[in-house]
Ligand binder design. Structure first.
Ligand SMILES: Cc1cc2nc3c(=O)[nH]c(=O)nc-3n(C[C@H](O)[C@H](O)[C@H](O)COP(=O)(O)O)c2cc1C
Length: 343
């Protein structure tokens, strides 16, 4: 059925079809209809960051940036839903067009630039949702906040979303906000992590609940850089790492229509890079911090591959656009099968 919907949706511009999909998934969620079209995935409970997940396959950040369709996405069978990236103030993002499909490569290039309605809107949407499952809230900085003041933006968002999130993701890896990725390195990273950890402690006391912090990283670092991030995360007492965001690389899309558009590339071409990053992290971390894997999962087997590389949970975005909700169940089944086979 999704192939028919996809045929219609792909006739529209990527951004129009994105907005329409969010509206439809949101409306289906309000009416409680989405579950009727999507057989529920098998139960495959897992505990990560002290949180119980009904299955290890989640929605990656960026699809529901404002939290407008939380119930709808949850009803499709995701084990967890991550909303955002949200910034302190609303912002329009980059000029359109800024979202490109590359169907020959099962890929997407985007330079959305954190278009979102701001953290206050998102918190209202979370409060209005009926969903009581695992909800990640992904936070970032406004494009016009100087990178030296980025910490302030993350803290504003953390304060506001803390009470409403199962975990909070700190996004330092979007390629579309100038300077953002520099926060993944050296003293900038250490200062950011220290400020976040301190605030997390204060908020935990205030709310009587410790909300885990996950840091989302890029697939474009050298192995040495990735290993250094891993060490910094452990030293700073972070709770998880999400690997990865989109890539600036263009391997696999050279010569394709839109292949040289600026922005982050996701989907099939980023799969190996992302899995490699997971492997490097897993080697360095040795189980001290859980890894949430995202990047290029377009088939169930790819989800199992991420778990085999050392991840505890996976997230999907581009694969969901190309394969639809059936991919959720397929991924859960593949992970369950690999576990049964002892892989
Ligand atoms: C259109 C688009 C928008 C995205 N927006 C965000 C975002 O706001 N925050 C974020 O952390 N990741 C964002 N991502 C990255 C995804 O969450 C994911 O990490 C990446 O696309 C790799 O997974 P995939 O290959 O399954 O898409 C976005 C991806 C796409 C395609």
């Amino acid at each position: 059925m999704y192939s028919l919907a996809r045929e219609l949706l792909f006739k529209l511009s990527p951004e129009t079809s994105h907005e329409l999909s969010i509206d439809l998934i949101g409306a289906g969620g309000r009416l409680g209809l989405n579950g009727l079209f999507c057989p529920k995935p098998a139960s495959l409970p897992v505990q990560v960051m002290g949180i119980d997940f009904p299955n290890p396959v989640g929605l990656a950040a960026g699809l529901d940036k404002n939290g407008d369709a939380i119930d709808g996405f949850a009803q499709l069978g995701f084990g967890f839903v991550e909303i955002g990236t949200v910034t302190p103030r609303p912002q329009p993002g980059n000029p359109k067009p800024r979202l490109f499909r590359l169907p020959q490569a099962t890929a997407i290039i985007n330079r959305m630039g954190f278009n979102n309605l701001g953290v206050d809107h998102l918190v209202e949407r979370v409060k209005a949702a009926k969903y009581r499952g695992v909800l990640g809230i992904n936070i970032g900085k406004n494009f016009d906040t100087p990178v030296e003041r980025a910490v302030d933006d993350y803290l504003i968002c953390l304060d506001k979303v803390y009470a409403h999130a199962s975990y909070v993701t700190v996004n330092v890896s979007s390629p579309n906000t100038p300077g953002l990725r520099s926060l993944q390195f050296g003293d900038s990273l250490k200062q950011l992590l220290e400020a976040l950890r301190q605030r997390q402690e204060d908020l935990a006391e205030q709310h009587g609940r410790r909300v885990p912090l996950a840091i989302k990283i890029a697939p474009d670092m050298t192995d040495e850089e990735t290993a250094m991030v891993a060490v910094a995360l452990v030293e700073a007492g972070m709770d998880a790492v999400i690997a990865t965001n989109t890539t600036l690389g263009r391997e696999g899309v050279e010569g394709l229509p839109f292949g040289d558009e600026a922005g982050g590339l996701s989907g099939a071409p980023v799969r190996e890079k992302s899995t490699h990053t997971v492997r490097v992290l897993a080697g360095e971390l040795g189980g001290r911090l859980p890894i949430i894997a995202a990047g290029g999962i377009t088939e169930g087997a790819h989800a199992a591959e991420k778990i085999a590389a050392g991840a505890s949970l996976v997230q999907i975005y581009s694969g969901f656009i190309y394969k639809g909700p059936a991919l959720i169940r397929e991924a859960v089944d593949a992970i369950a099968q690999a576990q049964r086979a002892g892989k």
